[in-house]
Design a protein around this ligand. Structure first.
Ligand code: ADP
Ligand code: MG
Length: 693
């Protein structure tokens, strides 16, 4: 059996109990153990003369024990061992609480290294509970850069360090080198064995840095291989003849913008090319992405093929269904809707229509991906806000329909209003071509944006009354109240109004207005009923959590009021604001916040100043840092352990290139020298499949 896969209980000192504790950290095999990297390091490598140590400094000293350690019992359950030690510069008082064994390990006249936090009061110096080892012992807990691990109950730093040390001794010689020789050379990376040793027990900070660089590269290389292998077969595609789009444009209720025309012709050429299209359409909220999709669906239908359009939420699918029906059914297209709430009988009849070739487009949620559905003649899949879907769902969209025409995969069109830095988009979406909608339809008025504090509430209420009196509609958005918030002292739940509470309050404050509420805990069908009523003008004020964030279009809405606006990211605020100003009326966005922090103020300022989604995304990155931006699994990629997808972009690009070169030589990683690599890439793929939002 492979030593790397051996159970950790084979290590001396790891019994049932410790193995259980390690299991909680995801550590089962020797390889897991040596792959459990430190969270941080303590620099105990430099030994300082006692006299030079400052108050509060954590430091390593080398000193002689000056008297026999004395044990005193202060009270029941509290014992202290005390002695003093000195070097040539000064002396220090040392005490240990409840560690009476120390008395038998430290002796007068002998030399030790101590590491701990020094307290200095005038000429009095003291160390409490320092770690120590005899001066002549090999460096282990002092005199070195010492790793500090994340622990759980049942483990101590000392046992974990010793176990990892033992683990390395046992299996390091069998750790395979995943990275090809040429990659190591080209990028100046240290080998796997050296790196595993140095990441735990570095000789100095330079070798730690080298080890870290190697693991960042390795992790991103594995990711790049995993993503690359998913698409190495994307090539031939169903050819869809290029139509004359003037026939399409002339039937629209408005003139397409030149950005829309441009984006449509780019994608249409892909569809006609005989190769599979893989294209991302990036456009700010309200830039009219749906129309571009409609044009391609039309092209597809004219060639006798089916299209799918998938949206991340029920409400959005519904709305796309309506919009696309309005555009396309006058042109003779037949359109179906499939969401999670569609009954079995309806599903069956939808499937029959699909089998009989009676549909040109099916709009839906990820219910479209459910087992057992067949889409004969499928040639185009459009996804809206695809980053909200997992990688595996995306992969399924790209698969050819079984029994479909010549097994060719459908073309992929991805629409997104989330401006993603280009390098990251490349990784997430692969070798996507990108079209940009950088122009808003004409006649749009800028959404007037204000930031106020909660003392303005009476005036805001009057404003809501006025707008609703004129027949407009109003959105009020509250942050989601997480369970955690309710308990944490920082955000007492009393200050964070939940959508439900806010709706209650508004009903009292605004008698006579029709006020509804949608929030995440409602069933999809309930949300739908409410949204439908909003679209039909039966609701004056809609209070919600961010469920309305993506895409829903209510042209009559003229005010977006955001409570506790400091709780939202800038990009999110921008998306929310994009929900109004979609009709002919002057629209407003009011950000309510009582936060006095500099960061919150800066963010509100940006919102009031600019309406440019890309600028806002950049500011968001700058103000919140990449960790946050790419956090919460927005991107559908597995969690990285050493790499940071936000900041390690340079390495990301390089590792992607290297992976690309390797996969061109050995697309399936089937060569014997790539066996270990393939195994790890498969693990990465598995992790990705588990990443569903
Ligand atoms: P998004 O890019 O945010 O998905 P939509 O496709 O929902 O934008 O379009 C926003 C609104 O603009 C819709 O009401 C749509 O009908 C309208 N629209 C799209 N293109 C044009 C255009 N060229 N001229 C006028 N209105 C347009
Ligand atoms: Mg949209």
């Amino acid at each position: 059996m492979n030593t790397l896969q051996k159970d950790i209980r084979s290590i001396r000192g790891i019994g049932e109990k410790r193995a259980q504790a390690l299991g909680k950290l995801g550590v089962f095999s020797l390889f897991d153990l040596i792959s459990y990297f430190p969270r941080r390091y303590e620099d105990r490598s430099r030994v300082k003369p006692i006299a030079l140590v400052q108050d509060g400094e954590s430091v390593c000293i080398s000193a002689v024990c000056g008297d026999e350690p004395r044990l005193s019992r202060i009270r029941r359950g509290l014992e202290i061992v005390r002695f003093h030690a000195f070097d040539s510069s000064a002396r220090v008082n040392i005490s240990y609480f409840n560690q009476s064994y120390v008395r038998n390990q430290i002796h007068r006249g002998e030399s030790y290294r101590f590491y701990g936090k020094m307290e200095v009061r005038g000429s009095l110096r003291s160390l409490t509970n320092p770690v120590f080892e005899p001066e002549d012992a090999p460096f282990s807990v002092t005199g070195a850069i010492v790793p500090v691990y994340r622990l759980c109950a049942g483990l101590t730093q000392r046992t974990l360090r010793q176990s990892i040390q033992a683990g390395l001794d046992q299996c390091l010689s069998e750790v395979p080198e995943l990275l090809p020789e040429s990659v190591l050379r080209d990028f100046g990376l240290v080998g796997a064995r050296e790196a595993y040793r140095a990441i735990h027990f570095p000789e100095d900070f330079a070798s730690l840095e080298l080890a870290r660089r190697r693991f960042v590269f390795e992790e991103l290389f594995l990711l790049s291989c995993a993503l690359g292998m998913r698409r190495h077969d994307a090539a031939a595609g169903i050819p869809l003849p290029l139509p004359d789009f003037e026939a399409f444009y002339s039937q629209l209720p408005f003139r397409p913008t030149s950005a829309q025309r441009h984006a449509i012709s780019e994608a249409a050429a892909d569809l006609a090319s005989g190769r599979q299209m893989n294209r991302l359409l990036q456009g700010d909220v309200g830039s009219g992405k749906t129309l571009a999709a409609a044009a391609l669906i039309w092209q597809c239908a004219r060639a006798g093929h089916l299209s799918l359009l998938m949206a991340p939420t029920q409400i959005l699918a519904q709305q796309h269904y309506q919009t696309l029906t309005a555009f396309l059914s006058p042109m003779g297209l037949r359109i179906g809707l499939l969401t999670g709430t569609v009954k079995a009988a309806e599903r069956k009849s939808l499937q029959k229509k699909l089998d009989d070739g009676e549909l040109d487009l099916v709009v839906g949620t990820h219910a479209l991906l459910s087992e057992g559905l067949r889409f004969p003649r499928l040639a185009l899949t459009v996804t809206d806000e695809q980053h909200r879907f997992g990688v595996e769902q995306r992969a399924r969209l790209a698969k050819p329909e079984e029994g479909g025409r010549k097994e060719l995969p459908p073309h992929l069109y991805v629409m997104s209003a989330t401006p993603i830095p280009r390098t990251l988009a490349l990784i997430i979406y692969g070798d996507l071509d990108v079209s940009l909608l950088d122009e808003l339809p004409p006649g749009r008025r800028r959404v007037e944006t204000f930031c106020v504090d909660s003392r303005y509430r009476p005036r805001l209420l009057a404003f809501i009354r006025k707008l609703c009196g004129e027949g407009r509609q109003v959105f009020v958005v509250c942050p989601k109240v997480e369970e955690e918030d309710a308990e944490s002292a920082e955000a007492p739940s009393g200050q964070l109004l939940s959508a439900v509470e806010e709706a209650e309050r508004l009903r009292k404050e605004l008698p006579g207005l029709r006020i509804s509420c949608v929030h995440g805990r409602m069933k999809a069908s309930e949300k739908d009923t409410v949204m439908q009523a909003v679209l039909e003008g039966l609701v004056d004020v809609l209070v919600s959590t961010t469920v309305i964030e993506v895409g829903v279009d209510v042209p009559n809405a003229a005010l977006m009021l955001i409570e506790n606006a400091e709780r939202f990211g800038l990009s999110q605020l921008h998306q929310l604001r994009g929900r109004v100003g979609r009709g002919v009326h002057q629209s407003y966005c009011v950000l309510v916040t009582d936060s006095e922090t500099k960061e919150a103020k800066a963010r509100m300022q940006v919102m009031c100043e600019t309406a440019d989604g890309f600028r806002i995304a950049e500011e968001d990155l700058r103000l919140r840092g990449p960790g946050d931006f790419f956090g919460s699994r927005q991107h559908g990629l597995p969690e990285m352990h050493v790499a940071d997808l936000g900041t390690d972009t340079e390495t990301l690009m390089r590792s992607k290139e290297a992976a690309g070169r390797l996969l061109r030589l050995d697309p399936g990683l089937l060569l014997p020298q790539h066996a270990a690599l393939r195994e790890r890439v498969e693990m990465m793929t598995e992790k990705m499949n588990g990443t569903l939002n």
